[in-house]
Design a protein around this ligand. Structure first.
Ligand code: NAP
Ligand code: SF4
Length: 678
């Protein structure tokens, strides 16, 4: 069956009267960091054009502030600034004239990261750097005029529309909520006054751009704030925005400061779409839904249920620019699925203007720099190790035309991914493995599993080059009693090879220590695959929608009957180096499950009594049944050394190259770059 038949709702055009969207999937707005880069516009042009060629119906750019107080990115408020946007609109329309390109206008208000930031009231956000300056009446009028001016300039630069973001704790949304709007004039106080600013912005933008222009408004359908918007307020705001001239309304969930995950991999797919569905019943204009919709079937199901008219995918378009074409051609098993890890995208954005990319696709935002060009003279390449680095190298090299043999001692591909996929909340890793399995077959890579490579045999086979991606060995700290039967290496714990007792000490609190703590304290269905469990664990009410969707709802967390202590030698807070946008969720989950976190530990010995340590100089016994060792890794390079000695041309990638703080992002990036060059 062709993809267009398999996903009939996805591939039905949407008629907006003055224009048509060719299908129901759009690329949602995603700040890339290129907005501020010196050569950012040509790079953004290439990045968006590649997605346009990939089949998406509409693209929304990363946020552009309408003025200097709106954000520290590259603003659009003058004709000179508009000129560079032409690079983007022309590249997208040249790539596919049927694709609509829409610019997001983002006024970050109190989150602008500049002392010039503004807001309805001088209320500092929990995550903001500065207390915003309170706008007076003239200041409010200026902001509205700047929005209208920015939209008109965007239209002049060739955009098909603009999206106004009215959510997430940015300027427009801070007018709506009592805790950030303390005003008593016509812009504050009763609900009619608090909603006046966003409605007025939409009215004036529509006036500035005329009728035949896409105007999307992004509304906080659930702000996840204690005391946030009530459902009837959400509905009345959406209706007023519609009446003011928006021709599409898009739902957004959660202010950035709210302590609820909404897009991380631990969030079930399409968990929030039902809320869009409830709002859609009150509106005439089409609605966009989003959040953890990462495969065509998920989009199709959302649309078929009537939860939305359009589905926004932002990160999935970083992971695979060709997602829509692959769906249309029935090649969905070739989709490189976004796993919701945030490691190379939002962690970079919120890590302070680092350029965005994608863990599973390092070409994202590097389209002009990292090219996988066909080779004139294919080489015979052997890749040893089918973990993330080996898989990335093999597939990119084979795609370029090299003849690749991939060898692994294990019975299946995946390496450390096979551990990650077993952690509750990390089920998406199965998709990455499916992608690589498919590509190995499609690209004609010779796969030898259950095969231990040796230097002499590789030399005898006469490969042109050998890529050593043999990975890592778990570190075994040199502590008295490390061979005691109660000591379990993390691999055995994750694979279930050893029994784990009721009282557990986890030695090492990096990414894997946290994963193991999650695994051994987990009970029941993973929240990542069950919306009801997820709602209970995070105290969300999707149905009755008390204020903010969270007011008065207590999280209820299932937990295994275990006492767990997670520890490290550093005196720092545990989990400090976990992902910027997701680390807090892991810490919160483990805290709610009663995991004790101890830093500043010196390991003394392990014996029948348990784990003997000194904590801040004080001797202490953790009387545990099991000690799980998650103490990092060391590189496995024996084969590389043997190849060198045998005079075979070899390259090291991934954990075998550098194990310290290795993660899949670095492994895939390094291997893909090598494969692009070899
Ligand atoms: P890691 O993050 O480097 O952590 C290693 C841990 O072991 C640290 O807590 C370290 O803390 C401890 N340690 C190091 N040497 C030790 C020694 N000789 N004796 C006792 N303890 C020692 O490594 P990992 O947890 O194995 O993770 C490997 C990579 O995968 C990391 O880059 C990690 O970020 C990545 N990963 C990421 C995620 C994610 O969710 N983003 C999940 C899993 C893994 P002290 O030195 O303070 O004791
Ligand atoms: Fe998705 Fe992770 Fe890539 Fe971000 S880095 S787009 S979350 S796979």
């Amino acid at each position: 069956m062709s993809g267009t038949n398999r996903y009939p709702h996805v591939f039905r055009p949407l008629d907006l009267g003055f224009t048509q969207l060719k299908n129901r999937i759009l690329m949602g707005s995603m700040h890339t960091g290129l907005e501020e880069a010196p050569d950012g516009f040509p790079r953004m042009a290439a990045y968006y054009a590649e997605r346009a060629r990939g089949g998406v119906g509409m693209i929304i750019t990363g946020g552009i502030p309408p003025n200097v107080e709106g954000g520290i990115g590259s603003k659009l408020s003058t004709p000179e600034e508009a000129a560079q946007h032409r690079l983007i609109t022309e590249a997208v329309h040249a790539a596919d004239p049927s694709v609509k390109i829409v610019m997001q206008i983002l006024h970050t208000g109190p989150l602008a990261g500049t002392p010039a930031c503004v807001a309805p009231s001088p209320v500092k956000s929990r995550i903001g750097r500065y207390t915003p300056n309170e706008l007076d009446d003239a200041g409010i009028e200026k902001q509205i005029a700047d929005f209208a001016n920015c939209a008109a300039l965007a239209k002049g630069a060739g955009y098909d529309g603009v999206e106004i973001i009215g959510s997430a704790g940015y300027l427009l949304s801070t007018f709506l909520v009592r805790k950030t709007n303390l005003r008593t004039d016509r812009w504050g106080g009763p609900w009619e006054n608090r909603m006046r600013f966003p409605v007025e912005v939409v009215r004036r933008v529509r006036e500035a751009v005329g009728p035949d222009f896409i105007l999307i408004f992004r509304i906080s359908a659930m702000d996840m704030l204690d005391g946030g918007l009530a459902w009837d307020e959400v509905v009345s705001l959406a209706q007023a925005i519609e009446a003011a001239g928006a021709n599409i309304i898009s739902t957004h969930f959660c202010w950035h400061e709210a302590p609820v995950p909404t897009i991380a991999t631990m969030v079930p797919r399409a968990a929030f779409a039902g809320v869009t569905g409830r709002l859609r019943r009150h509106l005439k204009v089409p609605m966009i839904t989003s959040n953890r919709i990462n495969m065509p079937q998920v989009a199709e199901d959302v649309l078929a249920r009537g939860d939305a008219d359009l589905v926004s995918m932002a990160r999935p378009m970083l992971a695979d620019p060709e997602l829509v074409n692959k769906a249309a051609q029935g090649r969905e098993d070739e989709i490189n699925t976004c796993i919701g890890c945030n490691q190379a995208c939002l962690d970079h954005t919120f890590g302070g203007h680092q350029q965005v990319s994608c863990l599973v696709n390092p070409r994202a935002c590097n389209e002009t720099r990292l090219k996988y060009l066909p080779v004139a003279s294919p080489k015979r390449l052997a890749v040893i190790g089918a973990g993330p680095a080996g898989l990335a190298f093999a597939t990119v090299a084979a795609q370029r035309g090299h003849r690749v043999t991939l060898i692994d001692a294990a019975a299946e591909i995946g390496g450390q991914f096979n551990l990650a996929k077993r952690i509750p909340g990390k089920e998406e890793f199965h998709e990455t493995l499916r992608y690589f399995r498919t590509m190995i077959a499609r690209l004609g890579i010779t796969l030898r599993l259950n095969t231990r490579a040796d230097a002499a045999a590789l030399k005898a086979e006469g490969f042109d080059e050998v890529i050593v991606a043999t990975g890592i060995a778990p570190r075994r700290p040199d502590i008295p009693g490390i061979t005691h039967p109660k000591v379990v290496p993390y691999i055995d714990a994750i694979l279930g090879r050893k029994t784990i007792g009721r009282r557990v000490a986890i030695m090492g609190a990096g990414g894997i220590g946290f994963d193991v703590a999650e695994l051994v304290t987990h009970e029941g269905t993973s929240a990542a695959v069950d919306i009801d469990v997820f709602a209970r664990e995070w105290g969300i009410d999707f149905q009755n929608h008390p204020r903010g969707g969270v007011t008065g709802v207590q999280p209820v967390v299932a937990r295994a009957d275990r006492e767990v202590i997670l520890m490290q030698r550093k005196a720092d807070a545990l989990g400090k180096n976990l992902g910027r946008t997701t680390g807090w969720t892991h810490r919160m989950v483990l805290n709610r499950r009663g995991v004790q976190m101890v830093g500043g530990v010196e390991y003394l010995k392990i014996d029948d009594a348990g784990l003997h340590v000194r904590v801040n100089g004080e001797p202490k016994l953790f009387a545990v049944d099991t000690v799980i060792v998650c103490a990092g890794q060391t590189p496995l390079r024996t084969l590389y050394d043997e190849l060198q000695a045998a005079g075979v041309s070899a390259h090291l990638v991934g954990g075998a190259y550098e194990a310290a703080e290795l993660d899949a992002k670095r492994a895939i990036d390094q291997a893909s770059r090598l494969a692009a060059a070899v």
